[in-house]
Ligand binder design. Structure first.
Ligand code: URA
Ligand code: ZN
Length: 387
């Protein structure tokens, strides 16, 4: 068992058939609609982002058909996937609808995973999942706690995918305290994923397709939400909480020393946290969906130095050797694909978005084979209790 070398994809999405049917029934965003394309064929399109070009994006069986997910995994050598519902989850629904649909979709995802094939010669299934909470305005804390309990009782669901809005006031909302407590206690991993980006006015007037909101807006949204969580003291109050950040944490690794300095110089927050801001990056997990070796290496260095910024260590001036930082940091990073988003624009054997992320892991200077194998799969098996 210990020598297993599996490729595990922890950032891979689905619109479960029940959710896709729901999107088809809607007339406003988010929705799936049918149009006739230039070739005169009927095709479905997906519209989920506000201000997205009205043609939306192509959508098809790869979003809801489990066989397509398994075929994609086989094509790219992915042994196990930890699947999550894609954005915008239940964010746009009234609380009672969101509660009911969350319960149904969690059961659906459990069945999707539980009835998936087993890995050859292994007791593992090929599919595990992240459940959903009805995180919408006016939801009751009890509804959230009930759903955390439901998810923790579903054996193939190992965590919860979450957007950044919480119950309307963001994730640093005091009302969510009991929810963090329950999630930490249940040992579920929170996968924090963007949807809204940042103010669209920042993108100007030029037509740039989806590039600016996806490349910059998404990661900045994650950066802001995570920073607000750190500032709120959630990681001091719930030190066992495990939070996995989409897209390698966005800009947070690059900005973490600036964040620490701004905190130190601000009388409102200077004494609020138990540790230097950089310490909290070591409490987090980061997907390896960054598409470049240098970025992955950089993120692992930043995470790996985090414990030098624990309150005790800082006063002792602790620092880490380079190799040690890489080892500690890479152990918190996990391969992902973002499938079925970013499909190739023309027919290719393998998806460029996947190959690039695998090559990025392969090429990190300073990661040994042990570290690379950890990022490819070993770290995920550990994080999700599958090892
Ligand atoms: N676009 C999305 O809307 N979601 C993703 O996860 C990736 C791309
Ligand atoms: Zn994603």
């Amino acid at each position: 068992m210990a020598a297993r070398r599996l490729l595990v994809d922890i950032h891979t999405h689905v619109y479960l058939p029940r959710y896709a049917a729901f999107l088809r029934s809607r007339n406003s965003v988010p929705r799936i609609f049918t149009r006739t394309n230039d070739a005169g064929e009927s095709e479905e399109r997906l519209l989920i982002l506000d201000n997205e070009p009205s043609v939306g994006r192509p959508v098809g069986a790869q979003y809801w058909d489990r066989e397509e997910k398994l075929k994609f995994m086989d094509k790219h050598g992915i042994d196990v996937s930890v699947v999550s519902s894609a954005n915008p989850w239940l964010d746009f629904l009234p609380a009672s609808t969101a509660h009911k649909l969350a319960g149904e979709l969690n059961e659906d995802l459990e069945a999707y995973c539980a009835t998936s094939p087993s890995l050859q010669g292994d007791s593992l299934k090929r599919l595990y999942g992240f459940g959903l909470l009805p995180l919408v305005p006016e939801v009751t804390v009890q509804s959230l706690l009930d759903t955390v309990q439901q998810i923790s009782g579903l054996p193939h669901l190992k965590g919860i995918i979450m957007g950044t809005r919480g119950a309307g006031q963001g994730l640093d909302d005091d009302a969510l305290e009991p929810v963090w407590e329950a999630i930490a206690q249940a040992g579920l991993v929170v996968f924090l994923h963007p949807h809204y980006g940042v103010d669209g006015k920042a993108w100007g007037e030029k037509e740039n397709g989806h590039v600016l909101p996806l490349a910059l807006g998404f990661p900045f949204e994650t950066t802001i939400a995570t920073t607000r969580l750190i500032l709120s003291g959630v990681f001091d109050r719930h030190p066992t909480l495990r939070l996995l950040l989409a897209h390698s944490g966005g800009a947070l690794p690059q900005l973490s020393s600036r964040l620490a300095s701004c905190i130190d110089h601000d009388p409102v927050v200077a004494s609020r946290l138990q540790h230097d801001a950089r310490y909290y990056l070591g409490k987090l997990y980061f997907d390896a969906v960054a598409y470049g070796s240098e970025e992955l290496g950089f993120v692992s260095d930043v995470i790996g130095r985090a414990d030098a910024f624990a309150a005790r260590a800082a006063s002792a001036g602790a620092s880490r050797a380079v190799g040690e930082k890489c080892r500690l940091g890479s152990a918190k990073m996990l391969f992902g694909t973002d499938h079925p988003f970013f499909p190739p624009l023309s027919a290719t054997e393998k998806w460029k978005s996947v190959v690039e992320n695998l090559e990025a892991i392969d090429g990190v200077e300073g990661w040994t084979d042990v570290e690379k194998n950890g990022v490819r799969g070993g770290n995920a098996l550990k994080l999700f209790g599958l090892a």
